[in-house]
Write a protein that binds this ligand. Structure first.
Ligand SMILES: Cc1cc2nc3c(=O)[nH]c(=O)nc-3n(C[C@H](O)[C@H](O)[C@H](O)COP(=O)(O)OP(=O)(O)OC[C@H]3O[C@@H](n4cnc5c(N)ncnc54)[C@H](O)[C@@H]3O)c2cc1C
Length: 381
C-alpha cells in the first residue's frame, strides 16, 4: 500500500501534521520509534499559553486553542480551559504586564488585569507578599502532558483517520522515481508520496550532516512534581515575575529594553530559571523550570540527571510564591527540546522529504496551529 503522507515522530508536531493531513482526506501513516510517545511532548508542563509567544507565533497559538477545544468535544484529551495568569511581583514586572495588556487588547486577544486584591481572591494559596498585580487570559488551556499527545494519536488511529504505528523506528528515507520509501529498524518498508520528519530533539540519527549545520540548540529543563496537594487550588496556569522577564511576548513591550535585573534574580537568571506552576486534576503540581543549552549533542553533553543545586534554586523561588509543604516533591526529571533561531527548523531534504523540528519551548502551545498552516501549504490549499 502506498500512503499519501508518512510522518516520522508522534510528538505534537508529527501528530498534528498527521491530524491536519487527515482532515484534508489524505491517507496518512504516523511512525513512532518508542512504545508510546516519550519525547519533549510528554516531558513538559502542558501549558497552552499563546499570551507568552511573539505576535507572529501568538496566531498559531490561537489557532491551536481552536483545534484543542474542537478535539475535546469529541473525547477527553485532558484539555482544560482554566486560563493562565501572570503574577507581577515588582514595579518593572507590573509595567510590562500593563503594556502587554494593551498590546493584546489592541490585537483583540482578550485579557483581564487584576489588582493584588483580585489575585488574592482568585488564588488564595499564592503568597500575598509576592503579588503586585496579575494579568489573566481566560481562554487559555492546560493539558496533561503525559497523556494528551498519545490520546490524540490513539484516537486518530481508532477512528481510522491516521494509521499510527509505535515501536517503528525509521532508519532511512529513500527518494524513488515516484515517491519515497521508508526503511524501518526491523527491515520492513513503507511507501508514500511525501514524508515529513518531525523527530524532535533526537534528530541526528536520520540526517546527521543536515543537523550538524542546522544551528539547532538543545535545551535541558529541570522539572519537579509534587504529591497530590488537595488543600492547594491553582486552577489556572500560573506564570510569575521571572516569566514576565523571559517570555517573548514581553520582549515586544516598550519597557523591556530598559529592564534591569535585580540582585535577587541574578543567580536564577544565570541558570535560566523562571517559575511556573501547573496543577493536575489529581492535585499534584508541576513546578519548573531551568534552562541549560548545548549543541545538537546536547542530551549527551548536558546529561539526563537533574542537578540538585538547580532544583534547590527552583524550589527556593517557588516557595517565595506558593506555600508548599515540606517533603512535597514526588518526582523530578530533566526534559529536553531542540530550538532554532528562526523559531522552527524547516528544511527540504529533497523534493517530497521535509524536516520540521526545533520548535523550542512553544510546541504544546503552537504546534496544532502551525501544523495546519504547514499542511495547507504542502497541499496548496
Ligand atoms: C520540560 C519542558 C517543558 C515544556 N513546557 C511547555 C509548555 O508548558 N508549553 C509549551 O507550549 N511547550 C512546552 N515545552 C515545549 C514542547 O514540549 C515542545 O516544543 C514539543 O513537545 C516539541 O514537539 P516535537 O513533536 O517537535 O518533538 P517530540 O515531542 O520530541 O517528538 C518527536 C518524536 O519523534 C520520535 N522519533 C525520533 N526519531 C525517530 C525515528 N527515527 N523514527 C520514529 N520516531 C522517531 C521520538 O521518539 C518522539 O516521540 C516544554 C518542553 C520541555 C522539555
Amino acid at each position: 500500500m502506498k500512503y499519501d503522507l508518512i510522518v516520522v515522530g508522534a510528538g505534537v508536531l508529527g501528530t498534528f501534521h498527521a491530524y491536519h493531513a487527515s482532515r484534508l482526506g489524505k491517507n496518512v501513516l504516523l511512525l513512532e520509534k518508542d512504545e508510546k510517545q516519550a519525547g519533549s511532548s510528554t516531558q513538559n508542563f502542558g501549558q497552552v499559553v499563546p499570551s507568552g509567544l511573539s505576535s507572529t507565533w501568538n496566531k498559531y497559538g490561537q489557532r491551536s486553542l481552536v483545534h484543542y477545544l474542537e478535539l475535546q468535544q469529541k473525547a477527553d484529551f485532558t484539555i482544560r480551559q482554566q486560563g493562565s495568569v501572570y503574577i507581577a511581583s515588582d514595579d518593572a514586572e507590573q509595567e510590562l504586564l500593563e503594556e502587554q495588556r494593551d498590546i493584546h487588547a489592541k490585537a483583540g486577544y482578550e485579557n483581564i488585569m487584576f489588582s493584588k486584591k483580585g489575585i488574592i481572591e482568585r488564588f488564595p494559596d499564592l503568597n500575598p507578599d509576592y503579588i503586585k498585580s496579575g494579568l489573566f487570559y481566560p481562554q487559555e488551556l492546560s493539558v496533561d502532558p503525559r497523556q494528551m499527545v498519545n490520546r490524540v494519536s490513539d484516537y486518530l488511529n481508532e477512528m481510522g483517520r491516521v494509521h499510527v504505528r509505535y515501536n517503528h523506528k525509521v532508519m532511512a528515507i529513500i527518494r524513488k522515481m515516484t515517491g519515497c520509501e521508508i526503511e524501518l529498524e526491523n527491515g520492513n518498508t513503507f511507501r508514500s508520496e511525501q514524508v515529513l520528519v518531525c523527530c524532535g530533539y533526537s534528530f541526528k540519527t536520520l540526517y546527521p550532516a543536515i543537523f550538524e549545520k542546522s544551528n539547532i540548540k538543545i535545551s535541558k529543563l529541570q522539572m519537579l512534581k509534587t504529591k497530590p496537594l488537595s488543600n492547594i487550588k491553582l486552577k489556572s496556569n500560573i506564570l510569575t515575575g521571572l516569566t514576565i522577564r523571559r517570555y517573548e511576548s514581553f520582549e515586544e513591550c516598550p519597557s523591556f529594553a530598559n529592564l534591569a535585573t535585580p540582585e535577587r534574580y541574578q543567580k536564577l537568571k544565570e541558570n535560566g530559571i523562571h517559575i511556573l506552576f501547573k496543577q493536575a486534576d489529581d492535585g499534584s503540581i508541576i513546578i519548573g523550570d531551568s534552562h541549560e543549552y548545548a549543541g545538537i549533542d546536547g542530551v549527551r553533553e548536558l546529561g539526563c540527571q537533574s542537578n540538585p543545586e538547580i532544583d534547590g534554586l527552583i524550589m527556593k523561588e517557588a516557595r517565595r510564591i506558593l506555600n508548599l509543604p515540606e517533603d512535597c516533591i514526588a518526582e523530578r526529571w530533566a526534559g529536553f527540546y531542540g530550538q532554532h533561531e528562526d523559531d522552527i527548523f524547516v528544511h527540504d531534504v529533497e523534493k517530497r522529504i521535509k524536516i520540521i523540528t526545533g520548535i523550542g519551548g512553544k510546541g504544546m502551545t503552537s504546534a496544532a496551529g502551525y501544523a495546519e498552516e504547514s499542511i495547507n501549504s504542502l497541499y496548496q490549499v
